[in-house]
Ligand binder design. Structure first.
Ligand SMILES: Cc1ncc(COP(=O)(O)O)c(C=O)c1O
Length: 452
């Protein structure tokens, strides 16, 4: 183990051996997915038509720990785990805060974000069960890139439906995915019935994650050789991400640091859940504040309703009990494409509902300014999604300064932004305005009425 207190690394064999399951730690049993046809809890058969069997098993497990197969651990090690925990020393100096700010470096993954943690697991399970092809959607392209690489590692095909606005804003993401051997189409596309229906109504539709999920599901259900893979929201996905939080616990312990506040951005909840669940499952951390950061353009936790809703726009998924803005909600075209999702992980939703996790929302202009300050101080361009966590950490550190309070803050740097230069370019050239990322009046209530 390294003794550098500002860049804490672990040995390779410290990659966690188990995933930590938050479900048995919730104060009430987690509401099950509901089959919209019967109104009853969805049967595992419905789910195994879509997902790898092992993922379906993990989705419902009450086991506190789930063993990580050797093949997955080795793949995690090969692609850079354990990831460093770094102290933002220059950012602290710039803010003149007594707070200590650490960031977990999920940006060092070869595909640029935390998403590879679950992509490797899901591709492994699918390949082991004889699946030849995985279909999925991607927002900003981070998830699609992770699936593309993971499928190449375990020798299966990858089919990615990429939200059209991101496909256009982040062209080279597509190139990266194709380099790993995946097939990419902009969504809504003309190769699925649902995509054609959306395009007929609006040929210029920018796409949403909900629509792209519907297309990937339609693709999956129409082929024998294909399973679907999801990069967020579901229990098994957040479970795979808990390697993050377990590493952070070991890293803080190694320098005798006691954490006060954990911060992460939330799209569907996977990087945040992955970091905070191991803490929430451990009573030593009962006093920690957990802050989930979302965009004001897609304010699922701060303005959504806690109810059963579909995970996609077409209504192909079982209904999940979660905070939602409605399956038809179309967020403005903000640069943090990975945070443009109408719903939220049922586990995160339950913890917000219990008051254990506090949600907060920021506008994209203030978020990207925080990203630029972080880049100047720490030399890393954060993904626009991760910049939400940075903005919240900065505000928290300034609050500590006003109150002359020492505090240890850990944020999850869920990814880098080197494919997101368009976002920073529009900020720095002065062409990005708050209105661009703000919700048209009445947008949430309209989406709610449509889904009521
Ligand atoms: C870098 C990055 N961070 C965060 C997210 C949001 O997803 P989640 O809430 O599942 O972590 C995404 C999604 O694409 C992402 O690419």
């Amino acid at each position: 183990m390294s003794v550098n207190k500002n860049r804490i690394t672990l040995d390779i064999e410290d990659v966690p051996k188990n995933y930590v399951n938050i479900v048995p730690y919730l104060s009430e049993p987690l509401a099950p997915p509901i089959d919209p046809g019967t109104g009853e809890p969805a049967s595992p058969d419905v789910l195994t038509a879509i997902f790898a069997q092992e993922c379906v098993r993990q989705e419902a497990t009450q086991d506190k720990l789930v063993k990580i197969p050797t093949e997955i651990r080795e793949a995690l090690m090969r692609f850079g785990r354990p990831s460093p925990l770094q102290r933002a020393v220059r950012l602290e100096e710039q803010l003149r805060t007594p707070a200590r700010i650490y960031f977990k470096r999920e940006d060092v993954s070869p595909t640029g974000s935390h998403k590879l943690n679950t992509a490797l697991a899901q591709a492994y399970y699918a390949a082991k069960e004889g699946t030849e092809r995985l279909a999925t959607e991607t927002g900003a392209g981070q998830w699609g890139s992770a699936v593309a690489l993971a499928c190449s590692v375990f020798d299966i095909e990858a089919m990615v439906y990429m939200v059209k606005i991101s496909y256009e804003q982040k062209r080279y993401r597509g190139t990266l995915m194709r380099s790993f051997g995946a097939t990419i189409v902009p969504s809504p596309s003309d190769i699925t019935e649902f995509g054609r229906k959306i395009l007929k109504a609006n040929p210029d539709h920018p796409g949403t994650l909900g629509i792209a999920i519907s297309e990937a599901l339609e693709d999956t259900l129409s082929r024998e050789d294909t399973k679907y893979t999801l990069g967020s929201v579901l229990n098994h996905v957040l479970l795979h991400q808990t390697v993050i939080g377990q590493e952070v616990i070991a890293q803080l312990e190694s320098v005798d640091e006691k954490v006060d506040t954990l911060i992460g951005c939330v799209g569907g909840g996977s990087n945040f859940g992955g970091m905070v669940f191991p803490f929430l499952a451990d009573s030593r951390f009962d006093d920690v504040d957990y802050i989930a950061v979302e965009p004001t353009a897609c304010p699922t936790l701060t303005k959504g309703e806690y109810k059963y809703d579909f995970g996609d726009t077409a209504g192909l998924t079982p209904k999940l009990k979660m905070y939602s803005l409605g399956q038809n909600f179309t967020p403005p075209k903000i640069h943090a494409g990975g945070l443009r999702y109408h719903g939220m992980a049922p586990t995160i939703s339950a913890l917000v509902h219990e008051g254990r996790i506090k949600p907060i929302a920021y506008d994209q202009v203030e978020v990207l300014h925080a990203g630029v300050l972080f880049a100047k101080c720490e030399g890393i361009i954060p993904a626009p999604e991760s910049a939400h966590a940075i903005k919240a950490a900065i505000d928290r550190a300034l609050y500590a300064k006003r109150n002359n309070r020492e505090e240890t803050i850990v944020l999850n740097l869920s990814g880098h932004g080197y494919f997101d230069m368009g976002a920073y370019d529009s900020l720095l050239s002065g062409s990005l305005s708050s209105e661009e990322g703000s919700l048209p009046k009445g947008e949430i209530s309209i989406a709610r009425e449509q889904t009521a």
